[in-house]
Design a protein around this ligand. Structure first.
Ligand code: KIV
Ligand code: NA
Length: 266
């Protein structure tokens, strides 16, 4: 059995098939999603919030994303692994983008990379794609720009912003991206973008009409503490379940009921 490739992703849009994507940050969790049949895993820079304890994605480094991307590749057999390029690893220009994307491909073994931005990142996308590195783009709400946005507001509201979003999505398609994430975009606009493109749109907070949907796995599994965005659906209460297991273990140890006879060597 071979890995899923960007050609399979292109074929899915031709057939009108929707597909799911999740994030993953470690080999073991990634193997669960691989065995569950998730076709594409994103080693997102959301690792900053979810895995590394930062307050945003902004501090994430190439060393961190390379390490965790390599773990996800090692933990999986079938999935297409997409490595996210962190803030500061491609903004200087196409040559910097190529150097860092090449590192993710060579050292971590990812099958594609992702970067944020539409028109502003089109030159980066073009050089990566012409160098043989498939690129997933990301427009709408781009969390690496949190300091410019002043938070995480919904994007593309109003005629001017909607036209800009359409231009951004077309720009990365024209530059050769194989897919584009639409984050926090009104459903009607995301549907229009999806109809206008021949590459798949991957929605997160972008309504039902995108070609694919992505969620951050810790949000999807109910592992994240505190508030999660409106667009998240929690399929499991993992935080509660895991906390319950830890409490039960603690009680057994304190109460002297673990280890039992069956856990003991003589
Ligand atoms: O880093 C991430 O998890 C992402 C997805 C939300 C698209 O960019
Ligand atoms: Na990201």
């Amino acid at each position: 059995s071979r890995r899923i490739t960007v050609r399979d992703i292109a074929a899915a849009k031709q057939r009108g098939e929707k597909w799911p994507m999740l994030t993953a940050y470690d080999a073991m969790t990634a193997s669960v999603f691989d065995e569950a049949g998730i076709p594409v895993l994103l080693v997102g820079d959301s690792m900053g919030n979810c895995h590394l304890g930062y307050e945003s994605t902004v501090p994430v480094t190439m060393d961190e994303t390379t390490l965790l991307s390599a773990a996800v590749v090692r933990g999986t057999r079938r999935v297409l692994v997409v490595g996210d390029l962190p803030f500061g690893s491609y903004q200087e220009g196409p040559v910097q983008a190529l150097r860092n994307a090449t590192r993710l491909v060579k050292e971590a073994g990812v099958g594609a990379v992702k970067l944020e931005g539409g028109e502003r990142s089109a030159h980066q996308v073009e050089l990566l794609v012409s160098s043989g590195i498939p690129v997933m783009a990301h427009v709408g709400l781009t969390p690496q720009s949190v300091n410019a946005f002043g938070g995480y507001p919904v994007q593309g509201r109003g005629e001017e912003a909607a036209q800009q979003l359409l231009r951004d999505a077309k720009a990365v398609q024209d530059a050769g991206a194989f897919a584009v994430v639409l984050e926090a975009v009104p459903a009607e606009l995301a549907a229009e973008v999806t109809r206008s493109l021949h590459i798949p749109t991957v929605g997160i907070g972008a309504g039902l009409d995108c070609d694919a949907q992505v969620l951050v796995w810790t949000d999807m599994a109910g592992m994240t503490s505190g508030r999660v965005p409106k667009f998240v659906k929690r399929y499991l209460e993992m935080r509660e379940l895991l906390g319950g297991a830890a409490k039960a273990f603690a009680e057994d140890v304190v109460g002297g009921t673990f280890p039992a006879e069956e856990h003991t060597f003589h």
